[in-house]
Design a binder for this molecule. Structure first.
Ligand SMILES: Nc1ncnc2c1ncn2[C@@H]1O[C@H](COP(=O)(O)OP(=O)(O)OP(=O)(O)O)[C@@H](O)[C@H]1O
Ligand SMILES: [Mg+2]
Length: 267
Protein backbone atom coordinates (compact mmCIF):
# COMPACT_ATOMS: atom_id res chain seq x y z
CA UNK A 1 0.00 0.00 0.00
CA UNK A 2 1.41 3.35 -0.93
CA UNK A 3 0.81 6.97 -1.74
CA UNK A 4 2.55 7.85 -4.97
CA UNK A 5 3.31 11.04 -6.87
CA UNK A 6 3.90 10.41 -10.57
CA UNK A 7 5.39 13.10 -12.77
CA UNK A 8 3.69 15.76 -10.65
CA UNK A 9 3.93 19.29 -11.99
CA UNK A 10 2.65 22.49 -10.47
CA UNK A 11 2.83 25.91 -12.00
CA UNK A 12 1.68 28.95 -10.05
CA UNK A 13 0.30 32.11 -11.49
CA UNK A 14 -1.75 30.69 -14.32
CA UNK A 15 -0.55 30.91 -17.89
CA UNK A 16 2.85 31.21 -19.46
CA UNK A 17 3.71 34.52 -21.05
CA UNK A 18 2.28 34.67 -24.57
CA UNK A 19 5.68 35.29 -26.14
CA UNK A 20 6.99 32.07 -24.59
CA UNK A 21 4.08 30.13 -26.00
CA UNK A 22 4.39 31.65 -29.49
CA UNK A 23 8.13 31.17 -29.66
CA UNK A 24 7.82 27.73 -28.05
CA UNK A 25 10.23 28.81 -25.39
CA UNK A 26 10.23 26.82 -22.22
CA UNK A 27 9.76 29.15 -19.27
CA UNK A 28 12.69 28.21 -17.07
CA UNK A 29 11.91 27.88 -13.41
CA UNK A 30 8.24 28.44 -13.93
CA UNK A 31 7.25 25.15 -12.38
CA UNK A 32 7.30 25.08 -8.59
CA UNK A 33 7.21 21.29 -8.91
CA UNK A 34 8.56 19.98 -12.16
CA UNK A 35 7.94 16.31 -12.87
CA UNK A 36 8.35 14.64 -9.51
CA UNK A 37 8.03 10.96 -8.76
CA UNK A 38 7.93 9.96 -5.11
CA UNK A 39 6.51 6.93 -3.37
CA UNK A 40 5.50 6.67 0.28
CA UNK A 41 4.80 3.16 1.54
CA UNK A 42 2.98 2.34 4.74
CA UNK A 43 5.38 1.71 7.58
CA UNK A 44 8.18 3.78 6.11
CA UNK A 45 9.59 7.23 6.72
CA UNK A 46 10.56 9.20 3.65
CA UNK A 47 12.41 12.44 4.19
CA UNK A 48 12.01 15.20 1.66
CA UNK A 49 14.87 17.65 2.01
CA UNK A 50 15.84 20.72 0.09
CA UNK A 51 16.41 24.42 0.36
CA UNK A 52 13.73 27.03 0.84
CA UNK A 53 11.58 27.46 -2.26
CA UNK A 54 12.55 24.12 -3.79
CA UNK A 55 8.90 22.99 -3.91
CA UNK A 56 8.63 20.70 -0.88
CA UNK A 57 5.41 22.17 0.54
CA UNK A 58 3.81 22.37 -2.88
CA UNK A 59 4.50 18.68 -3.54
CA UNK A 60 3.27 17.79 -0.05
CA UNK A 61 -0.01 19.62 -0.57
CA UNK A 62 -0.51 17.81 -3.87
CA UNK A 63 0.03 14.44 -2.20
CA UNK A 64 -2.55 15.33 0.46
CA UNK A 65 -4.96 16.48 -2.26
CA UNK A 66 -5.29 19.94 -0.87
CA UNK A 67 -3.80 21.51 -3.98
CA UNK A 68 -4.46 20.96 -7.67
CA UNK A 69 -1.83 19.62 -10.02
CA UNK A 70 -0.89 21.20 -13.34
CA UNK A 71 0.16 17.77 -14.60
CA UNK A 72 0.88 14.22 -13.52
CA UNK A 73 -1.06 12.36 -10.86
CA UNK A 74 -1.14 11.30 -7.25
CA UNK A 75 -2.49 7.88 -6.45
CA UNK A 76 -3.24 5.90 -3.34
CA UNK A 77 -3.13 2.13 -3.68
CA UNK A 78 -3.22 2.65 -7.43
CA UNK A 79 -6.29 4.93 -7.48
CA UNK A 80 -5.90 8.46 -8.83
CA UNK A 81 -6.83 10.69 -5.89
CA UNK A 82 -8.23 13.35 -8.21
CA UNK A 83 -11.07 10.94 -9.07
CA UNK A 84 -12.15 10.40 -5.47
CA UNK A 85 -15.60 11.70 -4.56
CA UNK A 86 -18.01 11.51 -1.66
CA UNK A 87 -17.43 8.64 0.69
CA UNK A 88 -14.14 7.65 -0.96
CA UNK A 89 -12.79 11.17 -0.67
CA UNK A 90 -13.81 11.27 2.95
CA UNK A 91 -11.98 8.01 3.58
CA UNK A 92 -8.90 9.46 1.86
CA UNK A 93 -9.10 12.56 4.08
CA UNK A 94 -9.00 10.31 7.13
CA UNK A 95 -6.24 8.06 5.82
CA UNK A 96 -3.95 10.86 4.72
CA UNK A 97 -3.31 13.60 7.25
CA UNK A 98 -1.30 16.71 6.60
CA UNK A 99 0.45 18.80 9.18
CA UNK A 100 0.96 22.22 7.71
CA UNK A 101 4.22 24.07 7.90
CA UNK A 102 3.03 26.99 9.97
CA UNK A 103 0.98 25.71 12.90
CA UNK A 104 -0.03 29.24 13.86
CA UNK A 105 -1.71 29.73 10.55
CA UNK A 106 -3.38 26.35 10.46
CA UNK A 107 -4.70 26.40 14.03
CA UNK A 108 -7.86 28.39 14.55
CA UNK A 109 -7.03 31.06 17.16
CA UNK A 110 -10.34 30.94 19.00
CA UNK A 111 -10.52 27.19 19.43
CA UNK A 112 -9.24 25.39 22.45
CA UNK A 113 -6.70 22.59 22.17
CA UNK A 114 -9.37 19.95 22.93
CA UNK A 115 -11.53 21.17 20.04
CA UNK A 116 -8.64 21.58 17.62
CA UNK A 117 -7.47 18.02 18.17
CA UNK A 118 -11.05 16.65 18.18
CA UNK A 119 -12.06 18.40 14.98
CA UNK A 120 -11.35 15.48 12.69
CA UNK A 121 -13.15 13.08 15.02
CA UNK A 122 -16.43 14.95 14.71
CA UNK A 123 -16.11 15.24 10.94
CA UNK A 124 -15.49 11.52 10.65
CA UNK A 125 -18.37 10.52 12.88
CA UNK A 126 -16.49 9.23 15.92
CA UNK A 127 -19.07 9.05 18.74
CA UNK A 128 -18.89 11.95 21.18
CA UNK A 129 -18.28 9.59 24.08
CA UNK A 130 -15.06 8.34 22.50
CA UNK A 131 -13.68 11.68 21.46
CA UNK A 132 -12.29 12.92 24.76
CA UNK A 133 -10.37 9.71 25.31
CA UNK A 134 -8.86 9.84 21.84
CA UNK A 135 -7.90 13.48 22.25
CA UNK A 136 -6.17 12.67 25.52
CA UNK A 137 -4.34 9.75 23.98
CA UNK A 138 -3.12 11.90 21.07
CA UNK A 139 -1.92 14.70 23.38
CA UNK A 140 -0.14 12.17 25.55
CA UNK A 141 1.48 10.65 22.49
CA UNK A 142 2.99 14.00 21.47
CA UNK A 143 4.14 14.68 25.01
CA UNK A 144 1.72 17.46 25.95
CA UNK A 145 1.32 16.30 29.51
CA UNK A 146 -0.24 16.59 31.96
CA UNK A 147 -3.04 16.67 29.42
CA UNK A 148 -5.35 18.64 31.76
CA UNK A 149 -3.11 21.65 31.65
CA UNK A 150 -3.33 21.85 27.85
CA UNK A 151 -6.90 20.86 26.97
CA UNK A 152 -8.43 24.30 27.48
CA UNK A 153 -5.67 26.50 26.15
CA UNK A 154 -5.89 28.43 22.93
CA UNK A 155 -3.06 28.59 20.37
CA UNK A 156 -1.77 31.97 21.59
CA UNK A 157 -1.32 30.47 25.05
CA UNK A 158 1.16 27.93 23.73
CA UNK A 159 4.80 28.08 22.72
CA UNK A 160 5.71 27.52 19.08
CA UNK A 161 6.86 23.99 19.83
CA UNK A 162 3.69 23.21 21.76
CA UNK A 163 1.59 24.47 18.87
CA UNK A 164 3.52 22.23 16.55
CA UNK A 165 2.77 19.29 18.80
CA UNK A 166 -0.94 20.18 18.93
CA UNK A 167 -0.91 20.11 15.13
CA UNK A 168 0.76 16.69 15.17
CA UNK A 169 -1.80 15.42 17.71
CA UNK A 170 -4.58 16.61 15.40
CA UNK A 171 -2.98 14.67 12.58
CA UNK A 172 -2.66 11.48 14.58
CA UNK A 173 -6.02 11.39 16.32
CA UNK A 174 -7.76 9.70 13.39
CA UNK A 175 -5.16 6.95 13.21
CA UNK A 176 -4.19 7.70 9.61
CA UNK A 177 -2.25 5.47 7.22
CA UNK A 178 -0.11 8.33 5.98
CA UNK A 179 1.11 11.44 7.69
CA UNK A 180 2.53 14.27 5.63
CA UNK A 181 4.41 16.44 8.04
CA UNK A 182 5.72 19.73 6.68
CA UNK A 183 8.63 20.83 8.87
CA UNK A 184 7.00 19.37 11.99
CA UNK A 185 10.04 19.84 14.19
CA UNK A 186 11.58 23.01 12.81
CA UNK A 187 10.45 25.11 15.77
CA UNK A 188 11.34 22.59 18.42
CA UNK A 189 14.51 22.64 20.43
CA UNK A 190 16.88 19.76 19.99
CA UNK A 191 15.68 17.62 22.91
CA UNK A 192 11.98 17.92 22.02
CA UNK A 193 12.82 17.47 18.37
CA UNK A 194 14.36 14.11 19.12
CA UNK A 195 11.31 12.99 21.09
CA UNK A 196 8.86 13.99 18.34
CA UNK A 197 10.96 12.18 15.74
CA UNK A 198 11.09 9.17 18.02
CA UNK A 199 7.31 9.33 18.27
CA UNK A 200 6.95 9.30 14.48
CA UNK A 201 9.34 6.39 14.30
CA UNK A 202 7.35 4.48 16.95
CA UNK A 203 4.11 5.08 15.07
CA UNK A 204 5.71 3.88 11.90
CA UNK A 205 6.47 0.62 13.62
CA UNK A 206 3.42 0.12 15.83
CA UNK A 207 0.74 1.36 13.43
CA UNK A 208 2.55 1.01 10.14
CA UNK A 209 2.21 4.71 9.62
CA UNK A 210 3.80 6.03 6.44
CA UNK A 211 5.47 9.37 7.12
CA UNK A 212 6.56 11.97 4.62
CA UNK A 213 8.87 14.12 6.69
CA UNK A 214 9.68 17.46 5.14
CA UNK A 215 12.69 19.27 6.40
CA UNK A 216 15.49 21.45 5.15
CA UNK A 217 17.75 19.80 7.67
CA UNK A 218 19.50 16.70 6.39
CA UNK A 219 20.68 15.72 9.86
CA UNK A 220 17.06 15.49 11.01
CA UNK A 221 16.19 13.52 7.93
CA UNK A 222 18.73 10.76 8.19
CA UNK A 223 17.98 10.36 11.86
CA UNK A 224 14.65 8.63 11.21
CA UNK A 225 14.19 8.22 7.51
CA UNK A 226 14.51 4.98 5.56
CA UNK A 227 14.55 6.84 2.30
CA UNK A 228 15.74 10.35 1.48
CA UNK A 229 14.64 12.45 -1.48
CA UNK A 230 16.56 15.63 -2.23
CA UNK A 231 14.61 18.39 -3.93
CA UNK A 232 16.15 21.28 -5.80
CA UNK A 233 14.43 23.77 -8.06
CA UNK A 234 11.18 21.79 -8.29
CA UNK A 235 12.86 18.49 -9.10
CA UNK A 236 14.01 15.54 -7.09
CA UNK A 237 17.68 15.48 -7.96
CA UNK A 238 18.51 12.40 -5.96
CA UNK A 239 16.68 9.78 -3.92
CA UNK A 240 17.52 6.50 -2.29
CA UNK A 241 18.11 4.70 0.99
CA UNK A 242 19.11 7.22 3.66
CA UNK A 243 22.51 5.63 4.25
CA UNK A 244 23.34 5.60 0.57
CA UNK A 245 22.35 9.19 -0.06
CA UNK A 246 24.46 10.39 2.86
CA UNK A 247 27.46 8.14 2.25
CA UNK A 248 27.64 8.29 -1.50
CA UNK A 249 25.82 11.42 -2.59
CA UNK A 250 25.57 11.40 -6.37
CA UNK A 251 24.36 14.92 -6.97
CA UNK A 252 26.44 18.05 -6.33
CA UNK A 253 23.54 19.67 -4.54
CA UNK A 254 23.32 16.77 -2.09
CA UNK A 255 27.06 17.07 -1.50
CA UNK A 256 26.64 20.75 -0.79
CA UNK A 257 23.84 19.97 1.66
CA UNK A 258 26.02 17.39 3.40
CA UNK A 259 28.94 19.76 3.59
CA UNK A 260 26.64 22.26 5.29
CA UNK A 261 25.69 19.67 7.89
CA UNK A 262 28.87 19.20 9.92
CA UNK A 263 27.06 17.60 12.87
CA UNK A 264 26.02 14.68 10.76
CA UNK A 265 27.50 11.38 11.76
CA UNK A 266 28.26 9.75 8.49
CA UNK A 267 29.79 6.63 9.97
N1 LIG B 1 0.54 30.14 -3.53
C1 LIG B 1 1.61 30.40 -4.27
N2 LIG B 1 1.54 31.25 -5.31
C2 LIG B 1 2.62 31.51 -6.09
N3 LIG B 1 3.83 30.95 -5.90
C3 LIG B 1 3.95 30.11 -4.87
C4 LIG B 1 2.87 29.79 -4.00
N4 LIG B 1 3.31 28.90 -3.06
C5 LIG B 1 4.60 28.69 -3.34
N5 LIG B 1 5.00 29.39 -4.42
C6 LIG B 1 6.34 29.40 -5.03
O1 LIG B 1 6.63 28.05 -5.41
C7 LIG B 1 7.99 27.72 -5.11
C8 LIG B 1 8.01 26.53 -4.16
O2 LIG B 1 7.45 26.92 -2.92
P1 LIG B 1 7.24 25.90 -1.72
O3 LIG B 1 6.48 26.59 -0.67
O4 LIG B 1 6.67 24.64 -2.25
O5 LIG B 1 8.76 25.66 -1.28
P2 LIG B 1 9.37 24.93 0.00
O6 LIG B 1 10.40 23.99 -0.50
O7 LIG B 1 8.29 24.38 0.84
O8 LIG B 1 10.12 26.13 0.77
P3 LIG B 1 10.33 26.35 2.36
O9 LIG B 1 11.45 25.46 2.80
O10 LIG B 1 10.71 27.81 2.44
O11 LIG B 1 9.04 26.06 3.06
C9 LIG B 1 8.61 28.98 -4.53
O12 LIG B 1 9.28 29.64 -5.56
C10 LIG B 1 7.42 29.78 -4.06
O13 LIG B 1 7.69 31.16 -4.11
MG1 LIG C 1 7.63 24.76 2.73
Amino acid sequence: MSLVAEDVRVRYGGRRPLADVLLRRPSPGSFAVDGVRLSLAKGSVVALVGESGSGKSTLARCMARVQDLTGGRVSVDGVDVATLRGRDLKAFRRRVQMIFQDPYESLSPRQRVRDIVAEGLAVHGVPRAEREERVRAALTAVGLTPVESFLDRRPFELSGGQRQRVAIAGGLVLDPDYLIADEPVSMLDVSVRASVLKLLDDLRESRELGVLLITHDLATAVHVADHVAVMHGGRIVEQGPASQVTREPAHPYTRALLAATPALDRG
